[in-house]
Design a protein around this ligand. Structure first.
Ligand code: 86X
Length: 494
């Protein structure tokens, strides 16, 4: 018996995204990342494979950030994965609260280690143990080191690829300075680099601000953060830059002789940006057809799909090759999809799924008219372009797409921002998945009350004011009604 062929429609359904972003966000996200071949799940919960389609994005981010860090005099290094228990416990305040998340190596083969080794959850302790040896005099400062590495935090909340995984990749920068002023200046310079990375590569706007005392890194004087509001109504902490003051310097005895030969503790910062950023980008831009890649992180920016018929195949293919050269001459990375066994429609779906920013169609009619069709991934708009203008027009389309993605993400945030003056307005807005702006008295009681009474929404940050200070609020605290101190953003968050 001949097998009945599956209807085309069903085939498409199976391969394509079958769940709507606006209906079941979590399921939609997991389809996007597997079907676009970004990640593979493994047998270890919370640990995922970064396949080439996602790792190549990370490499672009690394290249961009490295060049920005270098301008500030930051150099890369690499410290060990394993941290002896004694060292990890050196700064109690910083480890407390995190201990359940630390993964340990206890054995080699059958023999027990005399001291168990932590798999780094972050590298302050192991790096500062070296810093103490390297810093002697004011001439050794500033010391600015970054490392690109993996870290492990055995989270117990439900893991989400990119967003909350047990092992992830990041950069962690750790610097030491002579003065508080010099250190503080850098905290904001780094946050600006992070913002630039989100803006210029990922096409996303940022909210910059301070974490509250409750939410800051315990080892820091203060924590600055970038928060990004996502289409599912949750906000994500997108990176952090901490002013550590002299807390670690005192715990690790990192000191120097100043110009008067007097002993001083250094002023330190630490800052990190992780592969979570890719998850944020995917949530933000992708749609019900699949991934949407902002052009500057796409390792393939355009795909040419020839539309061939038996009689005109060679003509079309040779035109397609000419088109490829046109785009390449403008520095665009292009793939010519000349696979014989697949229909153009099938290829369209596949490249849409993978988020390639531009599709260029070349058919017999286009050969005749000496043109090609440029189709944008984000809005599906078609542009018929003469061959002579193709390189330039494709480049413009990529630049416009970047701007449009950014603007759309900004509009999403603006459309979902709500202001709450009274507590019932706050709870209602949170229920409606809004990003809420409110005034807050700065008490921890009110901060906790907000969390309790909104089903887990929290103060995500105190936005920067004009002088990069905490933006002050007029009026009354949304919670207790006493005079307010700061303006805050409140949202559910990852
Ligand atoms: C906080 C602080 C800081 C350098 C950054 O945010 C940027 C880059 N580090 C990280 N943090 C911990 O200190 C920590 C410690 C332990 Cl022991 C742990 F298991 C989990 C942790 N998570 C975060």
């Amino acid at each position: 018996m001949p097998k009945t062929k599956e209807p085309k429609k069903d085939q498409k359904k199976e391969i394509g995204i079958t769940i709507k972003k606006e209906e079941e966000f979590g399921e939609w996200f997991s389809q996007i990342i597997t079907k676009a071949e970004l990640v593979e799940y493994t047998d270890v919960s919370g640990c995922y494979v970064f396949r080439p389609n996602s790792y190549s994005i990370w490499e672009k981010v690394q290249a961009f950030m490295d060049s920005e860090f270098r301008k500030l005099g930051v150099r890369n290094a690499y410290f060990p994965l394993f941290i002896p228990e004694k060292l990890l416990n050196r700064e109690k305040e910083h480890v407390e609260g995190f201990t359940p998340e630390v993964a340990w190596v206890t054995h080699t083969g059958e023999s027990k280690l005399s001291e168990r080794l932590a798999i780094r959850p972050t590298s302050e302790t192991i790096m500062y143990d070296s810093y103490k040896k390297w810093i002697r005099s004011w001439r050794d400062l500033p010391l600015k080191i970054n490392q690109w590495c993996n870290v492990v935090r055995w989270e117990f909340k439900n893991p989400v690829p990119f967003i909350r995984s047990r092992e992830f990749l990041w950069q962690e920068g750790h610097t030491a300075h002579r003065t508080k002023d010099e250190a503080e200046k850098e905290v904001f310079q780094i946050l600006d680099i992070y913002e630039k990375t989100y803006n210029d590569l990922y096409a996303m706007p940022c909210i910059k601000g301070f974490k509250t005392e409750k939410e800051k890194f315990a080892g820091a004087l203060y924590t600055t953060t970038i928060e990004i509001f996502l289409p599912n109504g949750k906000s994500a902490q997108a990176c952090t830059s901490h002013c550590l003051g002299q807390n670690f310097a005192k715990a690790f005895d990192i000191s120097f002789l100043d110009e008067k030969e007097e002993k001083q503790h250094v002023w330190q910062n630490s800052w990190g940006y992780s592969t979570r950023s890719m998850g944020i980008m995917i949530c933000m831009h992708s749609d019900n057809k699949g991934l949407v890649l902002p052009p500057r992180v796409a390792s393939t920016q355009a795909v040419i799909v020839p539309i061939t018929f038996a009689d005109s195949k060679e003509k079309v293919l040779s035109k397609a090759r000419e088109v490829k050269k046109c785009l390449e001459s403008e520095g665009i990375s292009v793939v010519l999809d000349d696979r014989d066994e697949l229909t153009p429609g099938w290829k369209f779906n596949e490249w849409e799924m993978k988020g390639i920013p531009l599709r260029i169609e070349v058919g017999p009619k286009d050969v005749e008219k000496d043109q090609a069709v440029i189709v944008r991934r984000d809005n599906g708009k078609k542009d018929f372009v003469k061959t002579a203008d193709l390189g330039k027009k494709a480049k413009e389309a990529l630049e416009q797409m970047h701007k449009d993605l950014y603007d759309r993400a900004l509009r999403l945030r603006q459309d979902n921002e709500a202001e709450a003056k009274e507590f019932h307005e706050l709870t209602k807005a949170i229920k409606d998945r809004k990003l809420v702006k409110a005034a807050w008295c700065s008490s921890t009681e009110c901060e906790e009350m907000i969390k309790d009474k909104t089903g887990g929404a929290k103060i995500i940050c105190i936005p920067f004011g004009k002088d990069m200070d905490r933006k002050e609020a007029k009026g009354r605290c949304v919670c207790c009604g006493k005079p307010a101190k700061y303006e805050v953003y409140i949202a559910k968050s990852y």
